[in-house]
Ligand binder design. Structure first.
Ligand SMILES: N[C@@H](CCC(=O)N[C@@H](CS)C(=O)NCC(=O)O)C(=O)O
Length: 226
């Protein structure tokens, strides 16, 4: 197999999800980052225009879930991301979809609504780029994230209500981890990778939410395992 290339933003949970999925499968890869103004090249990488994009075996794949499925199909001998047993597989896919489509918005909310979190996100997203690009990125980031989260709906809710909903999600994860080592059964799957990468991105930039997440002992230990 030729070397896989992951086109990514370091700050993107979906890109981190693919990086961890590749590591789980034991596939070596190189990373191309689109920090700062290099982000203007992303729309040319695929029709959808989002990251992650993975070049592998002469193919270009877009979307973290499609990539994860491909990795299991193309490398069946390596540790699986999705279980074979249908009920477990369905549960894994539901966790993954919930994480990508719902949990993700909490991360965007906590970044858009907190000046410190936004500052950290801009810092990571402009690493290796000239200082003026960082200055340009900050207002663009703020407008993009705020608009997205308002359109989605969380951005129109009170901070207290959003934090209470997030706490409920954490309580559910903590409760599942009190009966099994991973989210579905006793081995790490894409469910764990998808949820953990979203939580890790919240931990990375949101100081208040970092404390909330890490106050859950089972989640804290599980994040270290995943
Ligand atoms: N469902 C996609 C979501 C990817 C996604 O939303 N990526 C964001 C970065 S976190 C992106 O590329 N945003 C740029 C845009 O929407 O134009 C996946 O799982 O890969």
């Amino acid at each position: 197999m030729s070397q896989a290339i992951l086109h990514q933003w370091e700050i993107s949970p979906f890109c981190q999800k693919v990086a961890k999925a590749l590591q789980h499968k034991g596939i070596s890869y190189q990373v191309v980052n689109y920090n700062g103004i290099l982000g203007s090249k992303v729309p040319r990488l695929s029709k959808v225009g989002k990251l992650p994009v993975l070049d592998i075996n002469g193919q270009r794949l877009q979307d973290s879930t499609r990539i994860a499925r491909y990795l299991d199909d193309a490398f069946p001998e390596a540790p699986r991301l999705y279980p074979i047993e249908p009920m477990a597989k369905a549960q894994v896919e539901i966790w993954e979809d919930w994480s990508d489509e719902s949990l993700y918005w909490f991360e965007i909310y906590f970044r858009a609504m907190d000046a410190n979190a936004l500052e950290l996100a801009v810092e990571v997203s402009s690493q290796g780029r000239p200082a003026y690009e960082r200055m340009m990125l900050k207002p663009l980031f703020k407008v993009a994230l705020t608009t997205q989260v308002r359109m989605q709906g969380l951005g129109r809710m009170s901070k207290t209500d959003v934090e209470a909903e997030f706490e409920r999600h954490l309580a559910r994860i903590e409760s599942v981890l009190s009966i099994s080592k991973y989210l579905v059964g006793d081995s790490c799957t894409i469910a764990d990778i998808a949820v953990a990468t979203q939580l890790n991105e919240i931990i990375r930039t949101s100081v208040p939410m970092r404390a909330v997440i890490l106050s859950k002992p089972l989640i804290k230990a599980w994040l270290q395992r995943v």
